[in-house]
Design a protein. Sequence first.
Length: 416
Amino acid sequence: MRRRLLALVCVSASLLTGCGVMSDSAAERRTVTVWLMQHSATQDFLDRFTEEFEREHETLDLDIRIQEWTGIGEKVQQALRDDDPDGPDVIEVGNTQVSAYAEGDGLLDLTLESMRDWGRDDWLPGLAEPGRWGSQQYGIPWYAANRVVVYRKDLFRAAGVTPPKTRDEWLETTERLDTGDTQGIYLAGQDWYTLAGFIWEEGGELATERDGVWRGALDSEAALRGMDFYRRLQRLGDGPVDADEEHPPQAGVFAEGRVAQIVAVPGLVRAIVQQNPGLEDKIGYFPVPGTEAGRPGAVFTGGSDLVVPAGTDAEDAAVEVVAALTGARWNTDLARTMNYVPNKASLADSVAGEEGLRAMAAGAARGRATPATPRWSVVEADNPIKEYMTRVLTGADPGKEAERAARRITETLAFD
């Protein structure tokens, strides 16, 4: 074992005489090191989990170490390369990061456990799909969060409208709300995660793969329809066309009290209410509408997966930790504690009592993730999608701009 042993083992007959008899628990006890990200879980949750896990696994100790998201990519890559006795056995990673770590054979293949023991077919697709590399499952879904429509109940009542069920109704409703000093919706021009959902809802893709070659796909007819819907919705407010949802932070804009809707994760409401406590009882939620009534629209699913480094020599113990954290007992506990969506559709009822989580869970059933290629992070760093959106929103030809952006994505994904 490369992990710390809490007892010394005598290795020769002469030493055995002096060692005396050691208990099995002392001889076998070992520590499992777990890297979790800052703010993913409360300390109370981690304390409760650790206490119960160690009680049920008498020979194991948990060493949970909290990491910061800034710079975590290189830190994880280094941990996967090193044979460090103090390195992690289980790591929390962003769901879209799994392919980058799996590409270099750095992760343990957990396909068998996923199919045999963990109910892979019931996992949310936006977490499960990016956790695969090829046909193997390396990332095990832990929790999810996705965008919903956060709206002002009082402004809806004043306008005589109710939460829409389809995208066409959404446009009509938003147009009625967009009056006087009130913006029907605040939608920044470069909110490309929201655009991705609209594209997927139309049957389009950000990029497609064929025979191992990835190509940008923003120029497909379906993707163009998604962009056109974004354009029509975005103009029913005063969101900047040349900035994303964090510039300025849309929570602050909504808190000013003159916006009827934003597209955001429910957790953002905490920041809104902190800035304007008077809105606390006026805020509601509904899933992003789709093209058909009764079916929420496709959305980007963010969240985290748990992975096990291929080099760990605490493999069995690490798998036990993953099984416990992602299993129904602790997964639903985490969802309620942190306002997340559980990792399985069948667990959605466990958060149905809270309006924002209920809306988020409904949308999560149609969640998607970004293209499962390690190069996608490079696309996001340069992000031709944002530039494309701004150009279209300022009057440029959508077809030509989509071709330009798709070509840049293709070039980035093909770079070796």
